[in-house]
Structures are given as C-alpha cells and as structure tokens.
Design a protein around this ligand. Structure first.
Ligand code: AP5
Ligand code: MG
Length: 195
C-alpha cells in the first residue's frame, strides 16, 4: 500500500485537490482536520479537546494525532490502494512517527507534494470560506496564527522529505482545474510505475 502526502499552508487547496486525486487515482482521502471536526460534531472527548486547539489555530499534541492516524492506518481494508494524506504530518515528530508506522505495517510513503500559494491569496480564500461556512478557525486573527504555526512547526517537514528524495511541489495559484492538471503531471508517471 503506497500513500501520498498533500502538503501546504492553510488555504493552499489540500482538501480541494485531495478530493480530486482520491477520485481520479482511487485513493482514500484522509484529512486529519476533517476527522477532528467530525469528533467535534459528535461532541466526543477527543472532539472537546480538538475544539479548544482548532479554534485557537494551534496544533493538537503530536501523541494524540499520531494515535489517531495509527488507528486509521491499522484498520485499512486490504483492498485500499493507498491513502492521500491531507494535513498530516504537520511536525517533524509526526513525520518520523509516520515513517515507523508505515514500515511496521509494510506500507510506504511514495511522495510529498507541496502546493505553494502566495500569502495574500491564502488569507483571501480563508476569509471568504469563513463568511460562507463559518469554520471556527477562519477569522482574520486565527488565520494569522495558523499561518505562523505553519511556518514555525510545519514547514520543516519539507526538508525531511527532501532529504529522503520524496519531495515535489506544484504552483497552487490559478484555477482548481489548472492546479489539478499540474498534480496529474507528477502522479501519472508514478501510477504507471506502481500499478
Ligand atoms: P486542517 O483542517 O488541516 O486545516 P488547514 O491546514 O488550516 O487547511 P484548510 O483545510 O483550511 O485548507 P486546505 O489547504 O485544505 O484548502 P481547501 O482546499 O480547503 O486543520 C485544522 C486544524 O486541525 C489545525 O489548525 C489543527 O488545530 C488541527 N489539526 C489537523 N491536523 C493536525 C495534525 N496533523 N496535527 C495537529 N493538529 C492538527 O481550500 C481553502 C478554500 O479555498 C476553500 O474555500 C476552497 O474552495 C478554496 N479554493 C481551493 N482552491 C482554490 C483555487 N485554486 N482558487 C480559489 N479558491 C480555491
Ligand atoms: Mg483542508
């Protein structure tokens, strides 16, 4: 089983593009943010904890999020071709844990693809979504904080995959379709090798 990581700042289009990738390449889309928001909706214990972090734009503690992912990877159906990871790993500690976990389960990380988008465009997209959908972290102050957390805690993950020879990136400015075409240019040859 081979997994892809879609990586990028808040608002870079990870969720949007992951859904298209999942459909086109028959991968399972796994968004840690969506999983946590589902727990919040259920008002579970994890949801209550997640709510306090998410609404402040802070990352949940690594051990909690690693456990969540571990349970999910362990329970994968054997028919699953692979996963598109959206929002994980978000710290170097998470990347290290993911490496051990996939090795244990005889799975593999094929590649990390970073979507790069200019900051004013990121802010604009998130502010617009905040007005439309009212996500608790889509207000100007929390958006600013999420971007700082991204630069400080998440961006170092890029070097981890660069050093492993598993890093790639696409320009995330443009229409959703244009960006998806750029991602397909990277994925099509990989799929041809790995079928
Ligand atoms: P998460 O849910 O992962 O949020 P995020 O990384 O902040 O990113 P977003 O979901 O806001 O953006 P996206 O890149 O998916 O873009 P999207 O496609 O939606 O995490 C939320 C929180 O959960 C974290 O802050 C943390 O608290 C916690 N968490 C999650 N994972 C964790 C982890 N591993 N460790 C610890 N804590 C964790 O697009 C954004 C908007 O732009 C949409 O409205 C979309 O329609 C629009 N759009 C997309 N593409 C385009 C385009 N090309 N042109 C114009 N608009 C576009
Ligand atoms: Mg998302």
């Amino acid at each position: 089983m081979k997994h892809l990581i879609l990586f990028g700042a808040p608002g870079s289009g990870k969720g949007t593009q992951s859904a298209l990738i999942a459909e086109t390449y028959q991968l399972k889309h796994l968004s840690t943010g969506d999983m946590l928001r589902a727990e919040i909706a259920k008002q579970s214990q994890l949801g209550q904890l997640a709510d306090s972090y998410i609404s402040q734009g802070l990352l949940l503690p690594d051990d909690i999020i690693i456990d969540l992912l571990k349970n999910t990877l362990q329970q994968l159906n054997e028919d699953t071709k692979g996963i598109i990871l959206d929002g994980f790993p978000r710290t170097v500690a998470q990347a290290i844990a993911l490496n051990s976990l996939v090795a244990e389960l005889n799975q593999e990380i094929l590649m990390l693809i970073e979507i790069t988008v200019k900051t004013p465009e990121l802010i604009e997209r998130l502010v617009q979504r905040g007005k439309l959908l009212g996500r608790s972290d889509d207000n100007p102050a929390t958006i600013q904080h999420r971007l700082e957390v991204y630069h400080q805690q998440t961006e170092p993950v890029i070097d981890f995959y660069r050093q492993a020879g598993k890093y790639n990136h696409v320009d995330g400015n443009g229409t959703i379709e244009q960006i998806f075409d750029r991602i397909c240019l990277i994925l099509d040859p990989l799929v041809a090798i790995n079928v």
